[in-house]
Design a protein around this ligand. Sequence first.
Ligand code: NAD
Length: 443
Amino acid sequence: MKVTVFGVGYVGLVQAAVMAEVGHDVCCVDVDSAKVEDLNRGLVPIYEPGLEPMVKQNHAEGRLQFTTDAAQGVAHGEVQFIAVGTPPDEDGSADLKYVLAVARTVAQHMDKPRVIVNKSTVPVGTADKVTQAVATTLVERGADIPFQVVSNPEFLKEGAAISDCMRPDRIVIGSSDADAIATMRELYEPFNRQQDRTVVMDVRSAELTKYAANCMLATKISFMNEMANLAEKLGADIEAVRKGIGSDPRIGYHFIYPGCGYGGSCFPKDVQALIRTADGIEHDAQILKAVERVNDNQKSVLMRNIQRHFGDRLKGKTLALWGLAFKPNTDDMREAPSRVLLEALWQAGARVQAFDPEAMEETQRIFGQRDDLVLMGTKEAALHGADALVICTEWQAFRAPDFELIKSELAEPVIFDGRNLYDPDRVAGRGFDYYAIGRGLSV
Ligand code: NAD
């Protein structure tokens, strides 16, 4: 099938690549000409495991093209995906200006029937706004061309985006038009062979499904962080509690890891956006507000432990920081807990020697050159001459480090672990002060 994707960010580029991989003919349109130029030269602007070879091969074989020319994109695909950003507006609600701009662009250029598919995460009612924007633009042009607007939210996880899209848990299609549903089923057929993963529903339910999914996941994290804070004060070990509750299949082990807060481009903004949607219909979203409050508080947990240890000796200290990305296997720094920690450390007069396997370039771009942040080439180099080690992201490469080396490089043998990577007794046995989350201090 011929498909067009507007927006080559994390979602649009991955979706375009996997569709080309199974044989669809995909044209990507983005307003960012630098990104489009890079992609046409084989440079993939984001890090996502498996993405670069897939993009390069499908581009070379002609099934994946990149352009800034919207008219070319609209002429290409019978299906037009909208996969542009929906950042928070000033009040936290989702800003739809990019989504509606694409809707108008499609309407300006279309000369044949089109299925317009919204893949961006958008509030309930957005399909109606997209329909309105397309219809109004067509009327202004004096054109009468049939179109359908479908909601098809994306559930990929950054860091595992390719496998999530090649083997989706579910494909949500929000539409009540039989032809549009048939088109979507055909498009996704190659990803749906083992078992039919398609869930067809009305468009509003599809829009809410995406928010409900992200808000449920964020709730699990904040719930566990609340339990971790209780465990800390009650002298219990949250890791034992986690195993104890996860064994109940009604609860399960997934997504119940305590830590230093959730970040990324989705959970914070989607929780906030659903709170605003609820406000708009005079519903007080009490659970969601608590989820957000707990998370804001949790992003300071590492700093609280650091202050607990160093007291007023923090000024002038150097902290080694392992992990900058908001989670492993991505270079995404949006809303990362590491950013809150960095700002707090700088405020307290400390400096940071940081290492992340993928997010260093992004960190440099965000913070620029500054004396109190040095980006180091390896995790070992980050330790050199530092006073203590802090861990923000659970990269695999941090799970079994050389503790003797850490001890010999640090001025004080102390580790602040925001991801509970180590066994407290073992680390304490090696002579460290070990601050984990919800496990107390081990010495
Ligand atoms: P992103 O910021 O990485 O990419 C958005 C892209 O859209 C950018 O390249 C931008 O230049 C482009 N764009 C903006 N206006 C455009 C226009 N008028 N025409 C063409 N291109 C335009 O965003 P993302 O992370 O891919 O997220 C996109 C949407 O998908 C958001 O609504 C997000 O909430 C949702 N989502 C994201 C994830 C994720 O893990 N990142 C997962 C599921 C859903």
